[in-house]
Design a protein around this ligand. Structure first.
Ligand SMILES: C[S@@+](CC[C@H](N)C(=O)[O-])C[C@H]1O[C@@H](n2cnc3c(N)ncnc32)[C@H](O)[C@@H]1O
Length: 228
């Protein structure tokens, strides 16, 4: 892991401060740097929930509310949680939003039918604790869909993606928002365990059928599972 990457409380403070600072242009940069593919990835994540209409689904680390909107569009009752006031205050969603740490959700056990999370697995201070907290609040039979960035497997795609992620994304971020925040994005991939480890972690947390779906040639990934 890169030593520049903070851990523990320092990481939580840095992450919250960074998202507070980039909130105003967050959606715009997302659309530009993914060529709009992030919209389809969120749609796929919500589609993989396969819960009955009206099911209560929390979007954890909801940011500006894109997944909440997608959940509502698909007929779910959405509620979003995030610790960045800046991100929440920019959210354009009718879902209720709660400023809270997703490692300590203000929810009773088994109170949700589903949970989603978009691009925050590498941002939490303790991924195992986050998955355990998610398992605590999702009832047996409930579903999770967790989206994250990824690296393609093939060597050519991987090399091209690495150049784009490490050189172009910070450039786009610098032009439209904050260069250092978008330099952190590729660096923060070092926080993520390997694909196999991630699947095992989701299973061990309480989602025994967890599996991974690669998206758009492997530049994004989706972990889905049913609460056992
Ligand atoms: C990359 S953004 C993703 C936002 C949104 N999920 C999306 O799909 O666009 C990561 C979000 O995770 C939030 N976050 C990171 N750690 C958190 C924590 N421990 N509790 C609550 N929110 C957290 C940040 O504030 C930020 O809004």
């Amino acid at each position: 892991m890169t030593s520049r990457l903070p851990r523990g409380d320092a990481k939580a403070q840095a992450v919250r401060g960074m998202f507070d600072a980039i909130a105003a242009r967050y959606d715009l940069v997302n659309r530009v740097m993914t060529f709009g593919m992030d919209v389809g990835w969120r749609r796929r994540a919500v589609g993989e929930l396969r819960l009955p209409g009206g099911a209560l689904v929390a979007d954890l680390a909801c940011g500006t509310g894109d997944l909440c909107r997608e959940l509502a569009r698909s007929g779910y009752r959405a509620v979003g949680f995030d610790f960045s006031h800046g991100m929440l205050s920019r959210a354009a969603t009718s879902a209720p939003l709660v400023q809270a740490d997703v490692l300590r959700l203000p929810l009773p056990d088994a109170s949700l039918e589903g949970a989603t999370c978009g691009f925050a697995l590498r941002n939490v201070v303790d991924l195992a604790a986050f998955l355990a907290e998610t398992a605590r609040v999702v009832r047996v039979g409930g579903r999770v869909a967790l989206l994250e960035a990824s690296q393609p497997e093939g060597p050519f795609m991987r090399a091209g993606h690495s150049i784009y992620f490490r050189r172009i994304v910070p450039l786009i971020g610098g032009l439209l928002s904050d260069r250092s925040a978008y330099a952190y994005l590729p660096e923060s991939m070092a926080y993520l365990p390997s694909t196999d480890e991630l699947v095992a972690m989701v299973r061990d947390a309480g989602f025994p059928d967890a599996s991974r779906i690669g998206l758009s040639g492997g530049i994004a990934q989706l972990f889905v599972g049913t609460r056992g």
